[in-house]
Ligand binder design. Structure first.
Ligand code: ATP
Ligand code: MG
Ligand code: MG
Length: 574
């Protein structure tokens, strides 16, 4: 297992180890089903599922669906799919909404224990009571001391829909003298206007909904969560968390906090991604230039690369602000050892080897990797081969070691070098359209000069059905700066106009068919289609001397589309 090093969350475990009282570690990952998971969520997933796995415990996938406005069925599915993609299996999936009745009963109990009251103050009034903007001392509202019986009646009225949003709310009777604002009589239940959008699970049943501050600790308690691990912005909420479960006298999970994971040079906010999608700047939530988990998956980033990267950052209270380039470097390293290699020519230039017969065909054995365990395959070396346009120069120079008139270069794994003799130019485009070359096969027993460098190539052979054509999408950063949101004219003004280069006519060698059959690459946890065929994003390979690629879901039987996962070096793309 690449993660869960010895001591993974050891301090948290030491505080509450397995014991008779807590025979098993139980954690939960609690997303709100109101958006797609993003890069940052991978840390929450790794921590909650990882801690449980490391300690032989269980992790629950809990949908925190207490606010119907932005929530939707599609997100439930997408979230579960991403958790599974990252290689985790929840012991079960639950929803806060399935506890609404129980949470309601807890609220009644809390009122009876003089721990909550129905309040009718407006937001503005509450602000004044909290001394916000006035500099005056905090004071309690007049509803705080109303009789318990009255609050019970009003809470019932709230439940029955007698109040509109904002007219009544249940507030916890905490401690407004406490310096911690999370103790200033937080809202427990509020009425939400669900005329337009009902709760997708409970429909019209509820007019009022529990808040995070009320629902979260109690759902944790109901599910016997031993360790409630959340991000540091909830550190101050720990006091109210403990207050609530203790006031009700229910099982008390232990809340502990960890720092958020952020990535620079992009945006993760739902609202901003929606705008990019709506304005057509990206193909959708899974556009490979985004940092949602579905986008990373589509781009071809292996789940193991994400997890080992997150694990490498460690679990501390500090927020991590990761640079995209650093993450790319981790992906590159991960792919280096785990995916096969192929020859792919992004911008093919035709080379005709004049001194070979028309029907020349030599099978050249090419290893799939430096690691012999990946095996080898055979590709056709023929009279016509394609090389990368950038590997040929019309005018040679002494610091250039690839192909130029009069100069020799090696074709990877081909026994002898070729030397360029002449070339044709397309009069319309001015581009070189064909290079003529000579195969430098020496006479029997003679030696030949080893070329200074070797380039990738693809042979043309009808028998081999070679080359295989592909469209390649090479991505560059979607934004120009490290902090798009800080742009004075807004993040849209920071968009990089050159965030995608499309190579319509790339050529691949025939080994592609082998690696497609033997995918997934890397050979770890990913699923395949029900017919056994690989999911497109698991067909990953290194295009030698070019970049890492994967198959995009836009591929059809007639047209393969590839995504560039990362370049081979940190050269900021091409
Ligand atoms: P966001 O505002 O980014 O959508 P959130 O706080 O609303 O995040 P959910 O989307 O409900 O949270 O996420 C579920 C869990 O994932 C929560 O426990 C949350 O703390 C955690 N989480 C969300 N974003 C990050 C992040 N950037 N780093 C680490 N954990 C995160
Ligand atoms: Mg969220
Ligand atoms: Mg949330």
């Amino acid at each position: 297992d690449y993660m869960f090093k010895v001591g993974f969350l050891a301090d948290v475990y030491e505080e509450r180890p397995i014991s008779e009282k807590h025979p098993k570690i139980i954690t939960r990952f609690p997303p709100e089903p109101n958006g797609f998971l993003h890069f940052g969520h991978s840390k929450a997933i790794a921590i909650n599922f990882g801690f449980a796995r490391y300690r032989g415990g269980e992790c629950i996938l809990r949908y925190d669906d207490t606010n119907p406005a932005g929530e939707d069925e599609v997100y439930y599915k997408a979230i579960e799919e991403m958790v599974s993609w990252l290689g985790f299996k929840p012991v079960r999936s639950t929803s806060a909404s399935e506890n609404f009745q129980q949470l309601y009963e807890y609220a009644v109990d809390l009122i009876k224990k003089d721990g909550a009251y129905v309040c009718h103050c407006s937001k503005a009034e509450i602000k004044v009571q909290r001394g916000e903007g006035t500099g005056k001392e905090r004071f309690a509202c007049s509803h705080r001391d109303r009789p318990i019986e009255e609050s019970l009646k009003e809470f019932q009225a709230m439940k029955e829909g007698k109040y509109k949003a904002g007219e009544a709310a249940l507030r916890m009777k905490q401690d407004i003298t406490n310096p911690n604002p999370q103790m200033w009589d937080l809202f427990a239940w509020r009425i939400l206007d669900t005329e337009e959008k009902q709760h997708h699970k409970t429909g019209a049943e509820w007019k009022m909904y529990p808040t995070y501050d009320f629902a979260h600790p109690l759902c944790d308690s109901i599910e016997n969560i031993t360790h409630s691990l959340c991000t540091t912005e909830f550190e101050q909420s720990r006091v109210s968390y403990d207050w609530l479960v203790n006031k009700l006298g229910v099982y008390q999970p232990m809340q502990r906090e960890y720092g958020r994971l952020n990535i620079t040079g992009t945006i993760l906010s739902k609202r901003k991604i929606i705008e990019l999608v709506n304005r057509g700047h990206v193909r959708g939530w899974d556009d490979p230039r985004l940092y949602t988990l579905i986008a990373l998956r589509r781009r071809g980033v292996p789940p193991g690369a994400i997890l080992s990267f997150v694990n490498g950052l460690g679990v501390t209270k500090n927020n991590s602000n990761v640079q995209v380039a650093k993450f790319d470097q981790a992906i590159r390293q991960y792919l280096e050892a785990t995916v096969p290699r192929l020859m792919l020519v992004l911008e093919p230039l035709k080379v005709v080897i004049d001194n070979l017969p028309d029907d020349y065909l030599e099978e050249v054995e090419v290893p799939f990797s430096k690691d012999p365990a990946f095996g080898t395959h055979k590709v056709p070396f023929t009279k016509t081969v394609y090389i990368e346009r950038s590997d040929f120069r019309e005018v040679d120079s002494s610091d250039f070691f690839r192909l130029a008139p009069g100069k020799s270069v090696g074709l990877l794994k081909v026994p002898f070098p070729i030397t360029a003799t002449s070339f044709d130019k397309d009069p319309e485009t001015g581009l070189v359209s064909c290079v003529y070359a000579k195969y430098e096969k020496p006479e029997e027993g003679a030696t030949f000069k080893k070329p200074k460098s070797y380039i990738h190539w693809v042979g043309e052979s009808a028998a081999y059905n070679s080359p295989i054509k592909a469209e390649v999408r090479a991505f560059n950063p979607l934004f120009k700066s490290e902090d798009p949101s800080a742009h004075p004219d807004g993040y849209l003004a920071d968009l990089n106009a050159d965030s995608e280069n499309i190579y319509k006519n790339a050529f691949m060698e025939t080994g592609f068919r082998d690696i497609q059959k033997s995918a997934p690459w890397p050979k770890d946890v990913e699923e395949s289609n029900t017919d056994g065929s690989p999911k497109p994003w698991t067909v990953r390979f290194q295009g030698m001397r070019v970049a890492y690629f994967t198959v995009d879901k836009d591929s059809t039987d007639d047209q393969i589309v590839l995504n560039r996962i990362v370049t081979l070096k940190d050269d900021k793309g091409k």
